[in-house]
Design a protein around this ligand. Sequence first.
Ligand SMILES: Cc1ncc(COP(=O)(O)O)c(C=O)c1O
Length: 374
Amino acid sequence: MIPIIKPYYSEEEEIATAEVIRSGWVTQGPKVKEFEDILSEYVSAEFAIAVTSCTTALFLALKVLGIGRGDEVLVPSFSFIATANSVVHVGAKPVFVDIDPQSYNMDPDRIEEKISDKTKAIMPVHQAGIPADMDIINEIAGANGIPVIEDAACAIGSVYKGKKIGCSENLVCFSFHPRKIITCGEGGAVVSNNNKYEEELRLLRHQGMSVSDLQRHNSKNLIFEEYPIVGFNFRLTDIQAAVGIVQMKKLDEIIEKRNLIADEYNNAFKENPYIVIPAAPEQTSIAFQSYMIRIRKDAPVTRDDVIRKLMERGIASRRGIMAIHREKPYENIRALELTETDKAFDNTLILPLYPQMNIKERQYVIDSVISILQ
Ligand SMILES: Cc1ncc(COP(=O)(O)O)c(C=O)c1O
């Protein structure tokens, strides 16, 4: 079976985790700090706070902005359910904005109609690694005095107008789950160039503790910590961070390899009358976290048939991204006019993409898709 994704691990990750285990310091310590430094430098952000997942990163970003009960947050429905769940976890209500059919991201033209007195944040997603149109989104948010949180779970290494996603005054959240470009097993981070929230984020991820274990350990003087606010345990372990450090060093190589395969897919499918290939919006470059195609309505088989027939040939594929408003917890939320979201949910699918995919596997996927659609 050709899987949808495989982590790009080697002996280096094994050695790095063994070293942490032997060191005796296994959770949020020197390796987490090193991982944060590498990450913030890579995306050119002032700081990075590593946490357990992108879901907890989004949750903390909402918390430090003071968002809670009675507030609304604009999110796309065409996203993994974690995007909306994080909003519900702080007690607020997600309000869904439809997507642009080309970029699959929040359509800037549909944002203002959803803004109300209760809107306290806009949370665009850089879906599948495709950058959302941040200049326009930031402009609308600024004009309305609303902060922006970027769900960049899928977008490490993607570039928008010459800057890596994460190089922003917004709070930007990444995921290091195995379906993502690089992975620590589980993991996430909040990064930003706006230092205003750094300290509170740091406190919140570790029970409100004012002095970290690492600072106390490294101090020559006796220092006692305080707990000025009520926080959480969202600590990343040093074992995970050690994997993350190795993965960060390979990130550019991983993106290059993934994008080469995405290019091959694009070239093979671009003239196909039944397939719409992904398109990078102007002045962006995609780090392909997923390779998603749309099956046109007049194709001889449906999207579900394509998935089924690929499975019969030993190729894993997935429905494209989910439509959150079609899941039970979100049925009652104002979800009108999500026509492009519904169409994308019904017609898109994700093909296998991982750096180790060899030429034979790639050609087999391409030939299979083309022959199924004949
Ligand atoms: C767009 C988006 N947001 C948030 C998440 C949640 O990430 P995590 O699994 O790290 O909590 C995901 C994960 O799939 C995602 O794709």
